[in-house]
Design a protein around this ligand. Structure first.
Ligand SMILES: [Zn+2]
Ligand SMILES: [Zn+2]
Length: 246
């Protein structure tokens, strides 16, 4: 049977009926980035590494067309690639749009745990991106007014992205706007409340990727990566998002 990358038992064979992640043919679950203790500026390898190998084709998977169950995103018609719509952040698991968050789950603080995200511009990460040739310092300069922000993590999901007037959506962690980080996708990543007052991170397909704690490679798209307090999420040209609990 195909299996959920996070280990759920799913009766559906295309997407996990617990979490909505795309199921993978016989291969074992990809190991989420290991407890990550490396920090910038220790240089991770270049980001041009090939993506993880696709699951080995298995005999029954010959009908590989992988037609998404339920069709494309009901809000923007983008083909489904995982739990969240890469374009608009629609949550196929709870069948709700990015602006329709539920106020339940870990983020509601039921047990008193309180999580926040500290958003800042990290000069070491910016320099790393310059050194790797990922951005042109002549065109993208480090922000001069580097102010930290704190965002409380509430509800069942917290979106990291950039505001869009045309879409009428501003993510809870908005990295766009004047002076914003230019390398952020509209829906870049999503913090997902987990049982037991914890959070996981999903990158639904951002253009420039998401890394955690300065480890080498961007996290795989559409895989929930568990987070711990003090974890650092790196996105865009210079943004670091540090998780704090309590
Ligand atoms: Zn699952
Ligand atoms: Zn959508």
């Amino acid at each position: 049977m195909p299996s959920c990358p996070t280990g759920h038992h799913s009766r559906a064979t295309d997407f996990c009926d617990v979490c909505g992640l795309r199921l993978q043919a016989y291969t074992p679950a990809p190991v989420p980035p290991q407890p990550h203790r490396q920090q910038y500026p220790q240089p991770p390898p270049p980001r041009s590494v090939p993506p993880p190998a696709p699951p080995a084709p298995s005999p029954p998977a010959a009908r590989s067309s992988a037609a998404p169950r339920g069709g494309p995103c009901p809000e923007c018609k983008t083909p489904r690639a995982g739990r969240f719509c890469e374009e608009c952040g629609y949550d196929f698991a709870s069948q709700s749009g990015a602006h329709q968050r539920r106020h339940s789950g870990a983020g509601s603080g039921g047990s008193g745990a309180y999580w926040r995200a500290v958003v800042a511009a990290d000069p070491a990460y910016y320099q790393y991106m310059v050194d790797q040739g990922m951005l042109d310092p002549a065109q993208i300069s480090f922000p001069s007014n580097n102010r930290q922000r704190r965002v409380s993590l509430k509800g069942d999901r917290v979106h990291i992205g950039r505001r869009s007037a045309s879409r009428g959506f501003t993510p809870e962690i908005d990295l766009g706007g004047p002076g914003g980080d230019p390398a952020i996708s509209h829906i870049h990543a999503i913090l997902v409340a987990q049982p037991g007052d914890t959070w996981a991170l999903v990158d639904p397909g951002s253009t420039n990727g998401t890394t955690i704690n300065g480890t080498a490679n961007p996290i795989a798209h559409n895989v929930e990566v568990p987070l711990r307090p003090s974890d650092r999420i790196y996105v865009g040209a210079w943004t670091v998002i540090i998780l704090q609990k309590g």
